[in-house]
Write a protein that binds this ligand. Structure first.
Ligand code: 13P
Length: 248
């Protein structure tokens, strides 16, 4: 049985004081046997988040694949490990579109995180033009082929994969539950093609893109959707609490 996992992605938002206030308001509500709740936050907030989290899991939003060296502005996996981080978002479409992340570099990040026992939350998803051209399935399979190359089946089974159609991110134009289910099933099938039945059964697949309290329940009812990656609606304490209460 896959345990649902719902994670907020704050992106480049919130300072330390805001992080502390958020965790003080939300952490106790996130206690649940049935689901995992968490927040991905900027590097500068990670320690504050960790210090104030008993129930919420804390995720970094990126990492570098090398352990140290001349990589100005980057943060390594051992640095995340040292402060107890257990999850890390990789390959978010904003990083792919604006900061040059590719399936190849995302794959290197996944390998290094898995070696450290940190769970990658791997993001994939098509652009609006690809959606309109009917290329969604091909894009999903291609991105997974590259991003999940040369891993072990058990490792892949332990991962979280977030299907986030780019046209649904921050637009309020969320995918229909039928489309989201169909694409999350394609994600699971591609894991099966690459790593077999058990990895496909175990991998947790999230939907992301304009998820909010009003639509979370219908996504979570879909058989291949095990959670959500949530941007805007994770920034306000009240809406994230609402999401938690509707899904615990
Ligand atoms: O990018 C996202 C999560 O990673 C989704 O963002 P929104 O929930 O704001 O659409």
């Amino acid at each position: 049985m896959r345990k649902p996992i719902i994670v907020g992605n704050w992106k480049m938002n919130k300072n330390n004081a805001e992080t502390k206030a958020f965790f003080e308001a939300v952490d106790a509500v996130a206690a649940s046997e049935n689901a995992t709740y968490g927040i991905g936050c900027p590097f500068t907030d990670l320690r504050t988040a960790q210090d104030n989290a008993k129930n919420l899991i804390v995720a970094a939003e990126n990492c570098h694949w090398e352990d140290s060296g001349a990589f100005t502005g980057e943060v390594s996996v051992p640095m995340l490990e040292e402060i107890g981080i257990k999850y890390c978002i990789i390959g978010h479409s904003e990083r792919r579109q604006m900061f040059g992340d590719t399936d190849e570099t995302v794959n290197k990040k996944a390998k290094r995180l898995l070696k450290a026992g940190i769970t990658p939350i791997l993001c994939i998803g098509e652009t609006e033009a690809q959606y309109d051209a009917g290329e969604t399935e091909k894009v999903i399979r291609d991105q997974l082929t590259g991003s999940l190359a040369d891993l072990c089946a058990k490792c892949v089974g332990s991962m979280v994969i977030a299907y986030e159609p780019i046209w649904a991110i921050g637009t309020g134009k969320s995918a229909t539950k039928e489309d989201a289910q169909k694409c999350c099933a394609i994600v699971r099938d591609q894991v099966k093609v690459m790593y077999g039945e058990e990895a496909a059964e175990n991998v947790r697949v999230q939907y992301g893109g304009s998820v909010k309290p009003e639509n979370i329940v219908e996504y979570m009812a879909c058989p291949d959707i095990d959670g959500a990656l949530i941007g805007g609606a994770s920034l306000k304490e009240a809406s994230f609490i609402d999401i938690i209460e509707k899904t615990k």
